[in-house]
Ligand binder design. Structure first.
Ligand code: RP5
Length: 162
């Protein structure tokens, strides 16, 4: 199975990354995590993206806050699918990172999830890998069924708590 590459702009983004790695662990998808910044370590970020395909990655997740150019900078240097996570890490509550991540120019797409959306980034990465992996697709189906069962249990209980 192809690996998921997770890149974050700073170790201060780790709580959001943990949401992604939790989902990947649950689905038994291999991944690697790195700290590369579009601004502070641009050479390393570029090199990672340029070599990602030959290094066994199938999809990349890039998380950054503030003027969040990381996902776009990674996407500029690979044709692997790139999922951007805008992180809430400033006085602008993540709106700065959301717009910086989502408003990509034509030709260099980034699939942007919600602000701090680490779990959905991992699920989308899993769905991309599952296009060619029926066993993983089955795990994703089972996860959705389990998640739905949890909601239905809450539905059954809600009137008793009011
Ligand atoms: C971004 O700036 C990082 O992704 C982080 O979300 C934000 C703040 O970084 P630190 O100053 O906490 O290292 O590049």
């Amino acid at each position: 199975m192809k690996k998921v590459g997770i890149i974050m702009g700073s170790d201060s983004d780790l709580p959001i990354i943990r949401k992604a790695t939790g989902v990947l662990d649950e689905l038994e998808i291999p991944y690697e995590v790195h700290i590369y910044s579009a601004h502070r370590t641009p050479v390393e970020a570029r090199d990672f993206a340029v070599n990602a395909r030959e290094n066994g990655y199938g999809v990349l997740i890039a998380a950054a806050g503030m003027a969040a150019h990381l996902a776009g900078a990674i996407a500029a240097n690979t044709t692997l699918p790139v999922i951007g996570i805008p992180c809430k890490s400033s006085v602008l509550d993540g709106m700065d990172a959301l717009l910086s991540t989502v408003m990509m120019p034509t030709g260099i797409p980034v699939a942007t999830v919600a602000i701090n959306g680490g779990a959905n980034a991992a699920l989308l990465a899993a769905q991309i890998i599952a296009v060619e992996d029926s066993a993983l697709a089955e795990k994703l189906n089972n996860k959705r069924a389990n998640d739905a069962a949890v909601v239905l249990e809450k539905d059954a209980a809600v009137m008793n708590n009011l």
